[in-house]
Design a protein around this ligand. Structure first.
Ligand SMILES: Cc1cc2nc3c(=O)[nH]c(=O)nc-3n(C[C@H](O)[C@H](O)[C@H](O)COP(=O)(O)OP(=O)(O)OC[C@H]3O[C@@H](n4cnc5c(N)ncnc54)[C@H](O)[C@@H]3O)c2cc1C
Length: 337
């Protein structure tokens, strides 16, 4: 186990920000993780997964632990379902592909989401009507300060929209080392309600889709809609979709009758942040080496050598403008570091 000083984090974050880590350590075994935590738990630590949900606005004055624990195994199964344990450093999409190859269903709608398995519970990743919590059984995590091991059940994890206990009460206290998911082997429950998925299946003449067909449809949709971080630095949706009250929504609708919405309950309406940002005139705007993506207003991008600080200032300008125009606060989904 080697600790490297003054390491560039540019290859390890999908925004491609050239921030430096005071020191960096690749963690590929649980033994290494426990040993490094024993020595350094009282020093500043920073946990890194796939780097696809963070904007680095400064150098990291800490020891960066890059969680690269690998392994996937079936730990139990019945005729109809299976519980799979995946180690935290497995790439999420590679895991989805592995499940599809074994015909295990439940996460096909989450195809092509970047990042690692160990991070998936932190913001309860979700897309096209499915969230991690729908298949989550438990995860194992090591407490940073005393290296004790704890298993978190679905109830413990307290999942919400892009939320969990790991982003709230237990922020920066635990390192997730593995995740157990329950997936179907037969009678897969398919989620094709999203219009775009339906349209993509129809366009290919698929009337009785398999989980593999749904994954393919999701991949095609995502590839046309979202910029590939390998080509343009980004962190996916930069902001969460705001949820407002019925009263706030009727005021908004009065001024903007074309506002799209999604009813969550009688007094909770979700409004697409991308629509608000586009309406505020930011879609496709470029400032030097950074800007708002031309096809997807929710995605902020680094065209080359932008700094995290520049992108953060743009995010703040967008938040202020949306607040002024619509009286709605939009929160960042990306972790600002
Ligand atoms: C193009 C693109 C599209 C995206 N689309 C979606 C989408 O559709 N839906 C969605 O939900 N998200 C989406 N995302 C966001 C991102 O993929 C997810 O949030 C993903 O789970 C982040 O994983 P990561 O390993 O890259 O996390 P990182 O960015 O490495 O880390 C995120 C946070 O978790 C902490 N952390 C990392 N690993 C651990 C660990 N093992 N234990 C404890 N803490 C840890 C870090 O300190 C940091 O605070 C997208 C991102 C991109 C770039």
């Amino acid at each position: 186990m080697t600790i490297i000083n003054n390491a560039s984090l540019k290859p390890f974050n999908t925004f491609g920000i050239d921030a430096k880590a005071q020191s960096y350590c690749d963690i590929s075994t649980i033994e290494n993780l426990i040993s490094v935590l024993k020595d350094y738990h009282a020093s500043p630590l920073f946990i890194l997964g796939g780097g696809s949900n963070m904007l680095l606005t400064k150098d990291i004055e800490a020891l960066v632990l890059h969680i690269n624990l690998k392994g996937i195994e079936v730990i139990s199964e019945t005729d109809h379902s299976v519980i799979v344990k995946a180690m935290a450093g497995e790439n999420w999409h590679n895991f989805v592909v592995w499940c599809l190859e074994h015909n295990y269903g439940g996460i096909e709608n989450l195809s092509l989401i970047p990042g690692n398995i160990g991070t998936a519970p932190i913001q309860n990743i979700g897309a096209y009507g499915v969230e991690l919590k729908d298949v989550f059984v438990s995860c194992e995590a090591i407490k940073i300060d005393d290296q004790s091991v704890k298993t978190f059940s679905k109830e413990d994890a307290n999942f919400g929209y892009r939320e969990s206990i790991f982003k709230q009460d237990l922020k920066d206290q635990y390192i997730i080392t593995s995740v157990n998911l329950e997936l179907s082997k037969t009678k897969h429950q398919l989620y094709t309600d999203y219009g775009v998925i339906r349209n993509e299946l129809d366009a290919n003449g698929i009337t009785a889709p398999t989980i593999q067909d749904i994954s393919k449809a999701v991949i095609t949709i995502r590839q046309t809609k979202l910029p590939d971080p390998k080509e343009i630095g980004n962190s996916g949706s930069f902001f969460k979709n705001p949820i407002i009250s019925a009263k706030e929504f009727s005021e908004l609708e009065c001024n903007f009758p074309d506002v799209p919405s999604y009813k969550i309950s009688d007094d909770a309406i979700k409004v697409p942040a991308g629509w608000l940002i586009e309406k505020a005139g930011f879609k496709g705007k470029r400032f030097n080496d950074y800007g708002v993506h031309k096809k997807q207003a929710l995605v902020l991008v680094n065209y080359g050598n932008a700094s995290g600080k520049e992108i953060f200032e743009l995010a703040q300008l967008i938040q202020k403008t949306v607040k002024r125009l619509f009286n709605i606060s939009i929160e960042t989904e990306v972790n600002i570091i």
